[in-house]
Design a protein around this ligand. Structure first.
Ligand SMILES: Cc1ncc(COP(=O)(O)O)c(C=O)c1O
Length: 470
């Protein structure tokens, strides 16, 4: 029999205890060791405004990660809330299965077609980046079936890539710890190397420069394609910048070469823009930043500033043409594909990004300011081996030996030590291995960047002290 839950108590300490107990008893967290978390006690986030979050004890934190790389417009945006509320009050749900659409879905599809790279005139909706990528892979398979090339079924992607957690998108992901528990990857997935220049020395490539490394990795990709046989390969999936794998920025030589290789081998290029979409790099899409011309694009996160779960998959000319004119039913779709409330919020989000010229601001003003200041603050720090970034994305590599680009042994837990100092000092900064990552809301002000970097500097100094560096 279900037990009645007591109302939360009045005092903040007692409220925190109450929610922690409920959470510990009933909630299993994503990407978390449940037992260890429950011993430590979960943090209860209760409120957000602008670039700040508050926990249930009233502690205020600056969110250097936009939630999970998604809150482009920051927290507490009233226009987004009103747009969602209006749709909830007008049409809280209807589907698109029965020859129906709704105003928000149709408008959002048209708005995306306007903002997307040329040729991307058609979109499908899903509810998360993972579902978006699953959808993309299914459409890629369908495309080759329509073209009479059913033998083209293998999906290539990169080591250290992150594409989500469903069976197919986890198989596509190159972060190997995601595979073992679930007997993944599925058959039909193969990996090529990531253009991770900072890690090249540790990986045995010696003192190679980034541009030469970019070419070398692209050529290694070409060799793997030749070995497998291009006739068997359906697609190459890649984030324009690898996010959750450690903010890996491709050397400038990498993407042009990959584009050539995909073209020459008739391999569909699938850009996973779940992080890089909607202004993060200073353009609407990371593909534009890197001159990539994808056949298919997955987007989510910044599409609604994270206010509603929604993803979209857009089809470039050849896929759009084949699929939109097929003389049969497309046997795919989710109950909530193009949910009216999610579409209404996403539509308003895109309107606000345009009206407030936020993407241009990232390109011309706040992005360059953020990049300059991160480099000024951290380039000479003894614990930081490399500062890299673009737009509103930045990464700092914590290293044991700066001159020799020598990383810490994993058991030193450098990244986790730093992340914990950040939480304790009112900053959310993500640790990916020993790479500290920042991706603040696009609406952050110059003064807020200064505050964020002041806290980040304090935490990196504390980490250096703990690790005996400097
Ligand atoms: C590049 C990329 N693709 C896909 C996903 C999966 O998105 P979701 O968590 O919404 O399923 C993520 C999530 O971080 C991502 O960064």
């Amino acid at each position: 029999m279900a037990r009645a839950k007591k109302a939360p108590p009045e005092k903040s300490g007692a409220r925190t205890k109450h929610w922690r107990a409920l959470d510990a008893a009933h909630h299993i967290h994503p990407f978390t060791q449940t037992e260890a978390l429950n011993r430590e006690g979960v943090r209860v986030i209760t409120r957000g405004k602008g670039v700040y979050l508050w926990d249930s004890d009233g502690k205020k934190m600056i969110d250097g990660m936009s939630g999970l790389w998604c809150v482009q417009l920051g927290y507490g945006n009233k226009e987004l809330a009103r747009a969602g509320c209006n749709a909830l009050n007008t049409l809280p749900f209807y589907n698109h299965f029965f020859k129906t659409t709704n105003p928000w879905t149709a408008e959002l599809a048209a708005m995306l077609a306007k903002l997307l790279p040329d040729g991307h005139e058609h979109v499908l909706f899903a509810n998360s980046g993972s579902e978006g990528n699953d959808t993309a892979l299914k459409l890629i398979r369908y495309y080759w079936n329509l073209k009479g090339r059913p033998e083209k079924k293998l999906h290539l992607s990169r080591t250290l890539s992150y594409h989500g957690v469903t069976m197919a998108s986890a198989s596509l992901s190159g972060l190997t710890p995601m595979h073992t528990q679930f007997d993944l990857p599925l058959a039909g997935f193969a990996k090529v190397p990531a253009p991770y220049w900072f890690g090249a020395k540790a990986a045995g490539f010696g003192d190679i420069g980034p541009e030469e490394f970019g070419l070398l990795i692209a050529r290694e990709t070409e060799k793997i394609i030749r070995d497998i046989g291009p006739d068997r390969i359906a697609s190459f999936s890649a984030e324009p910048i690898q996010g959750a794998g450690g903010l890996i920025l491709p050397p400038s030589t990498y993407w042009p070469e990959i584009a050539r290789i995909c073209k020459e081998n008739d391999i569909l290029l699938h850009a996973d823009e779940v992080i890089t979409g909607f202004g993060r790099t200073g353009e609407w899409f990371g593909s534009t930043t890197y001159g990539i011309e994808p056949d298919i694009i997955t987007m989510a996160k910044g599409l609604s500033s994270g206010y509603q779960p929604i993803a979209a998959v857009s089809l470039g000319e050849r896929m759009g043409e084949a699929i939109a004119t097929a003389k049969e039913e497309l046997v795919h779709g989710f109950t909530y594909s193009g949910h009216p409330v999610a579409c209404a919020v996403a539509l308003k989000n895109l309107e606000l990004l345009q009206r407030q010229r936020i993407v241009q601001r990232v390109k011309k003003r706040i992005g360059p300011y953020f990049q300059r200041r991160v480099k000024e603050v951290f380039s000479n720090h003894p614990l930081i081996g490399e500062v890299r970034g673009i737009g509103m994305l930045a990464a700092m590599e914590l290293v044991e030996d700066k001159a020799g680009r020598r990383m810490f042994a994993p058991q030193r837990n450098a990244g986790i030590i730093c992340r914990d100092h950040c939480f304790n000092n009112g900053l959310i900064m993500r640790a990916i291995r020993d790479t500290m990552v920042l991706a603040p809301p696009l609406v952050i002000t110059e003064d807020e960047v200064e505050l964020l970097l002041k806290r980040a500097k304090l935490c990196i100094d504390l980490t250096a002290h703990d690790l005996g560096v400097g």
